[in-house]
Write a protein that binds this ligand. Structure first.
Ligand code: 3AM
Length: 180
């Protein structure tokens, strides 16, 4: 399997927003709540592809390059805890249609290319803490950051020296958002 890589499509967070989220997280959660995801690893997963051969990766990159979806904006105003996977997440109370359509498109392309897709419904989220398997005090609100997506990316999940790091591989633009 040395020829295959563990890949996923995701939205990246701008550097400034990464830093704001990380600073807020340090105040908002107790240190024992879970293991903080590194600022550079914060992302919103659109479609998880699993272990993908070089040939399949090339085909999926070509399909991604033909996507002509509009960009979108959302408010990061929701928080939650999934105790089973041990995840504390940041999300949105109103997922924009553009986000749902983009994820649906990438997931169906992945499924047609033979990448197993979870049967669970898509729940857009940015993982803040991992290994959060004990009850966590969730703050009542987030600062409600505005987040605009004008591109989506392909990442490789690399596990080395006991740590997971996400390597950015390629980015594709979303079409300009229509003015309101
Ligand atoms: O940070 P999140 O949770 O959004 O949970 C994994 C992470 O997303 C998810 O893919 C992202 C990069 O690893 N992931 C890992 N294994 C998965 C699987 N089998 C998975 N998503 C769905 N099915």
């Amino acid at each position: 399997m040395s020829n295959s890589r563990r890949l996923f499509f995701a939205l990246s967070l701008p550097d400034a927003l990464q830093q704001q989220v990380v600073r807020w997280r340090a105040e908002a959660f107790a240190p024992e709540a879970g293991r903080p995801v590194a600022a550079a690893n914060l992302h919103l997963t659109l479609a998880f592809l699993g272990e993908v051969s070089a040939q399949k990766e090339l085909a999926l990159r070509k399909l991604a390059g033909r996507i002509a979806q509009p960009g979108f904006s959302m408010r990061l105003d929701d928080l939650g805890h999934w105790p089973r996977p041990g995840v504390v997440w940041l999300g949105t109370r109103r997922a924009p249609r553009g986000l749902l359509q983009l994820a649906e498109l990438l997931r169906s392309q992945a499924a047609r290319s033979g990448c197993h897709q979870s049967a669970l419904p898509f729940h857009p989220h940015i993982t803040l803490l991992r290994a959060a398997t004990q009850p966590v005090a969730i703050p009542p609100a987030t600062p409600g950051w505005a987040f605009s997506a004008d591109a989506f990316s392909l990442y490789e999940s690399v596990f080395e020296n006991g740590r997971t790091r996400y390597q950015h591989l390629e980015q594709w633009p979303l079409a300009k958002q229509a003015s309101p």
